[in-house]
Design a protein around this ligand. Sequence first.
Ligand code: NAI
Length: 256
Amino acid sequence: PRTYLVTGAASGIGRATADLLRAQGHTVIGADLKDSDISADLAAPEGRAELVARTRELTGGRLDAVVACAGIAHFDPRTVRVNHFGAVATLEGLRPLLAAGDAPRALVIGSIDAVHPTDEAIVEAALAGDEQAAVAAAQEAVDRGEGHLAYSSSKAAISRWVRRAAVTADWAGAGIPLNAVGPGVVVTPMTEPLLADPEMRPLVEQSVPMPLHGHAAPEDLAPLIAWLTSPENTLVTGQIVFADGGADAVLRGDAV
Ligand code: NAI
């Protein structure tokens, strides 16, 4: 049995992943705003530090895998704080614990939205590690009526961060595969309100076409996440694995 840390474990994809891993006999430490083993707000430095400190306490400093699922889709700068900076802090903060683990693996949930239009000012600031500048750029997008770019930009940034970081001495050099899974539309508390809105639903369906099986359930993602973070995955790293019912192939079929 392995020891996993899953953020966003109280709902949706994180909860389905934690449930599957526990059913497979692994130990899962869940983290979320509430209703989890560790309560921590990953939008803020204190919560990020709390996550690492509590995980260290609960594991004795050894962790086999990290799955960063915590995320929000609000049209405001907090989305960049949680989805990019919270995820980077989770992965970087727990990397020393992974380095002490057995067949260590790391994964973050990206999104098909990363291939949608983004705000490069947000993405560049995020990749430079400048949270203040990224948040300011997101606020500017909100102010000009383009708050939706906060979400796509946060997901583009974390995806590009994964591709850059995965091949460095810290990750590949330490033998730790680091990947993202990019879902299409998954029916969770994040998307249920959108899908129930008769004006929004057609826009969602148009922007994320899913010719195979339509919208997903969180349980559809969990086996892929479990495999990518299992010892069987010795080769896949630095990838954004779209698990999207064909959306990426429809939107960018010629990008290989
Ligand atoms: P969800 O809303 O069901 O679960 C997200 C969890 O993250 C919640 O339990 C929430 O409390 C937690 N969380 C939010 N902010 C947090 C913070 N500041 N600190 C700690 N925990 C926090 O949503 P879902 O759909 O399971 O989303 C999981 C991930 O998948 C997110 O990163 C989301 O962006 C991504 N995703 C979801 C898609 C969908 O269609 N549902 C599509 C593509 C990506």
